[in-house]
Design a protein around this ligand. Sequence first.
Ligand SMILES: Nc1nc2c(ncn2[C@@H]2O[C@H](COP(=O)(O)OP(=O)(O)OP(=O)(O)O)[C@@H](O)[C@H]2O)c(=O)[nH]1
Length: 758
Amino acid sequence: MNNHENATSETNEGSTFAEKLRKLRLTKIEPPFELNPTITQERFIQQEDHTKNINKLINTTNVKPSTLADRLKSLKSPKNVTPESATHINRNHLENGATSTKSLAERLAAKRKQENIFKLQKKDAKAIQNIDGKITNLRNSSNVMNAKELQWFKQLQKAIISSKPIMRKIPNHSLSKVASILVYKEHPNIPEKLNNESKKRKFEQIFTIHYPNTNIKKRALESFNKLSPDDIVLRAQQNAFASVTDKVQNLKISESTSNPTEQSKKKNVFEEEDEPRKDNAPFVHKYKQITVPTKPRKPVDLKEKIAEYIVNPHISFVVLGHVDAGKSTLMGRLLYDVGAVDSKLIRKLKKESNLLGKGSFHLAWVMDQTSEERERGVTVDICTSDFRTENAKFTIVDAPGHRDFINNAISGIVQSDVAVLCVDCSADAFESGFNLDGQTKEHSILARSLGIRHMVVAMNKLDCVDWDKTRFDEIKDQLSAFFELIGFDVTKQISWVPVSGLLGDGVVKPIWSSSTKQNWYKGPSLVGTLEKVAHEFVETDENLNFLTNSPFLFDILEVSASNKANECVVSGKIEQGSIQPGETITIYPSEQSCLVDQIFYQGSPMEHLTVALPGEFVSMKLLNSNSEDINSGDLCAIVGMDLHNSKSFETQLLTLDIARPLLPGTPFILYRGSCEQPAVIKRLIKVLDKRDPTKVLKNKVRHLGANQLAIVEIEFTASKKTVDLPMLTASENKQLSRIVLRKEGRTIGAGVITKLTD
Ligand SMILES: Nc1nc2c(ncn2[C@@H]2O[C@H](COP(=O)(O)OP(=O)(O)OP(=O)(O)O)[C@@H](O)[C@H]2O)c(=O)[nH]1
């Protein structure tokens, strides 16, 4: 009976798991590590390599005697030994007890050999200690090992023992890493076979491989190309001095002080009064609003800028879809095929994903950066990437498909004009993404409600169904009916593209690979469709008007305080209009008027823009601002365009598949752009006909059920700061008047603000 069998029989006899494994470890793991012939052989190979290297060194030495004997002799001769190396050699020589007849090369080789063996022993000891620790943890946390677990553990042992041959190939390896790589590679389904969820997680935790960050080199290069922190400070100081005259002129500051402590004590120049904050006070200060616009410092020719923009428009699109629909793979393929990622990175990701037994995920890893995302195979946070084609510029926002991360998907949607809805067309997969709990429906509703203007449906994984046109049509019909129901104009606002993200068919080029049976789709590729949409956006009269004539409106996504008094940076999206440095804006709801000092793209604070256009994501450095009273979700408007802070408003609301009816007083979280605020149903006014919203079905409404269209009054409830927020109706701004209602982790309704009621 071998040791494994011993262990199995002991398990059945009922001794503790800890004891059994200790025996198993003592008999099976420890001795083979020291004695295993493969390991010894491996070490010899490595030592031989070292000896070869030393010989190579000898052969390439500058001294060129004719024979090997002469060459070795010359190496031994005192003229080739520096005082330093001589001391070193003498010390080694004495320590190693070498005889005086040994050559320098031999002594060096012996020393290296010894060092090498010592290093390997140390590494092995550490690795064994490591894996022993992990096994002890595993052992202590579950008392009895079942047959499947035991079998799995045996496989692990085997993997450890036979792991040496691949160790040489893995940098910074440790035995435990190699073991887990092998376990994953050879038995990728082992954790899945174990039914108990927590055990599964435990195993995954134990065998998680933390790779060194693969982007380190790239990041280091980027960091060195960027300005150093000192340079950034120096530049900022220079800029501050250079623009000080302008600032003084624009702001009409009556007296200035060079003393920084006095300056920081100084009140905001627009402030009316500075009272101590009361408990329920919405803002730290009351602000005096500026009503007369200020001129840009260096006015740019807006028409020229817009003409450039029309030729080369920039759109951001969010990638939506059910979990595992292939979103990250599709975007990874797209970035690779447009040349935004180099083949070296792809090769590297392929190798790494293969080692983890997740070979098919290598393209997805271009987008899924974090180790958590890679290990779970699920996108967690939103991830953005830029790419450009000959005709347009794009920002991709990859949103997570999993229900747990829906808030991230919402912030992805509000940052985008267009959505790419990735649909898995493989057998049964579309159906599971489209049912009650699937994300295809929920994402589409969110996209429609949060102002996505065009949706490109990427009919993905068609390679799995042999590019079957019937399957394509069947899914298209079901989705079209649903899109119509939630208010999309299917002919104008929806495009359909058959693709395979994994193979690349239809992603960048409209040419289909010869192996596929696809011959029925003659339209543009996914990228071609996106280019078309980007141009349609800017070329229509409505959009041109929107570009040129709308007053500036900005949705704040992020606020960063500055260490200077009365200064902060806000980042977000320009919803309409344009902005130039020197202009004054008002932030709502705090109603503070601030001067736009600098505009830049996030991540490039030193490259200042002369103007920013609608749809762009930019950061603005604001003077005379108080970051304590600015939050994400606040709106900025150009001075002169007054927004109204409201507490309640009427909305045309579509309820979704809700389990419980909505009643007056039902609480929920309201989303508008990047703003998130607790609210309640104040009043149910009337129920409308979904097919014809001008038709009233019911005037007295007690409650609202699933899938009903109604006019409802909503009221904000207390939050950290204020209950009055800047709200816009559909006639003021189409995007910012859209709202989404969520309760207990589910989207319960979506609508559009029709009237402010206070
Ligand atoms: N056959 C085939 N498989 C694909 C295709 N696209 C993606 N896959 C596979 O589908 C699996 C899931 O792909 P992901 O790109 O991670 O899916 P995702 O939608 O980003 O997943 P989440 O981030 O979890 O929402 C991977 O195994 C991919 O290799 C495709 O076009 N054809």
